[in-house]
Design a protein around this ligand. Structure first.
Ligand SMILES: *Cc1c(COP(=O)(O)O)cnc(C)c1O
Length: 361
């Protein structure tokens, strides 16, 4: 007997919701979820494996609940004088965001973000019983400090999520916006810097604003620039008291010994792990230039993907690319598609296929 969801005593506030479901089709060129499409380099892979082998011999015991060595690794990677006590980590930054929403959101509370933004924000908020409030951006997806502060003041949310640069649009976010939103908000402000490594080198991180702002947190991930999406490691920096709040809601030993070992070894090799970032930025800029030449309207991107408009029929173009073995993302913005910058060969395959379809409106 197979029951349907409606037959089960599901929470009322979860009825009618759809789970996150980016397609995972086994196509040769997958450019749909902003992964780093370059494999972990062999030399680093064997170094990581050595550490995992050591950790494996101790998995009869629970792992270090405070993942102290890993937090030291993140603190030193981030710089800005951060200490291990200001660092938190989870199984992907999605889990870190969930910890934040469990601690500061939850039933009767609200979570705010400027749409269109990362599709997981409303899902994680709803999962904890909080209500999602969508703010608005300018037509070119930017937000001014003044307008952002006014919207936050009006919505008066418990948590504000600022995606910088923004997914799915690639739009940079000025630190003046973060400062203005922090002043306007009474609650928590999270700056999600999942793509920070792809921003221009001289672009300041919100990490520079942490001092004296105990309600501010800056989240990062190893899923994108670090080529570690499958390992599931995300982290954040905030005031030590903020970190203490997250300890109240995390499951004990949430980061496995194998995950900790892998992440510590990967961080030790961060120069090599991040070695492909410049190449990816080059491919991103090539995508932008070529899309323009083809008559599409790519949006400015500080990330490893490009959102482009001028697509007459996004569904038809998605399907035509799919048939040619190329997976991109229809993010539900009319007339638009999003594509991740892949290797040079993958990027060429995408651009050639798109040119052959020829459907710019
Ligand atoms: C990809 C992405 C993440 C990363 O999620 P993980 O759980 O760390 O894989 C976080 N935020 C945004 C905006 C993203 O696009």
């Amino acid at each position: 007997m197979i029951a349907s969801l409606g037959d089960l005593p599901l929470r009322d506030d979860l009825r009618g919701l759809t789970p996150y479901g980016a397609p995972q089709a086994p196509l040769p060129v997958a450019l749909n979820v902003n992964e780093n499409t370059h494999a972990v380099p062999d030399e680093v892979a064997s170094d990581i494996l050595d550490d995992i082998a050591v950790a494996l011999r101790g998995v009869n015991r629970y792992p270090d609940r405070e993942f102290s060595t890993l937090r030291e690794g993140f603190a030193s990677y981030l710089g800005h004088g951060l200490e291990a006590e200001q660092i938190w980590a989870g199984n992907g930054s999605n889990e870190v965001l969930q910890h934040i929403m469990q601690a500061f959101g939850g039933p009767g509370r609200t979570v705010f973000g400027f749409g269109p933004t990362y599709s997981m924000y409303p899902l994680i908020a709803q999962g904890t019983g909080a209500r999602w409030i969508a703010g608005e951006r300018e037509p070119d997806y930017t937000i001014t400090a003044e307008e952002a502060a006014a919207q936050v003041e009006r919505a008066d949310p418990d948590i504000v999520l600022l995606c910088s640069p923004n997914n799915p649009t690639g739009t940079p976010l000025g630190l003046d916006v973060v400062e203005a939103v922090y002043e306007a908000a009474r609650g928590i402000v999270v700056v999600d810097e999942a793509y920070q490594e792809f921003a221009p080198r001289d672009a300041a991180s919100a990490l520079t604003l942490l001092d004296g702002r105990p309600r501010l947190a800056v989240s990062r991930t190893m899923s994108k620039a670090f080529a570690f999406a499958g390992a599931r490691v995300g982290y954040l920096a905030a005031d030590p008291a903020f970190i203490d709040a997250l300890r109240l809601v995390r499951l004990p030993y949430h980061l496995s010994a194998l995950t900790q070992a892998a992440a510590i070894a990967a961080l030790r090799n961060s120069d090599i792990m991040l070695g492909m970032v410049d190449e990816i930025i080059e491919q991103r800029d090539r995508i932008t230039a070529t899309l323009e030449a083809l008559g599409y309207q790519p949006h400015e991107s500080w990330s490893n993907f490009v959102l482009f408009g001028g697509v007459a029929d996004p569904h038809a173009t998605f399907e035509a690319l799919y048939e040619r073995g190329i997976l991109v993302r229809d993010v539900g913005i009319p007339g638009h598609l999003r594509v991740t910058a892949g290797t040079e060969a993958e990027t060429t395959a995408f651009l050639d296929a798109l040119a052959s379809i020829g459907s710019a409106s």
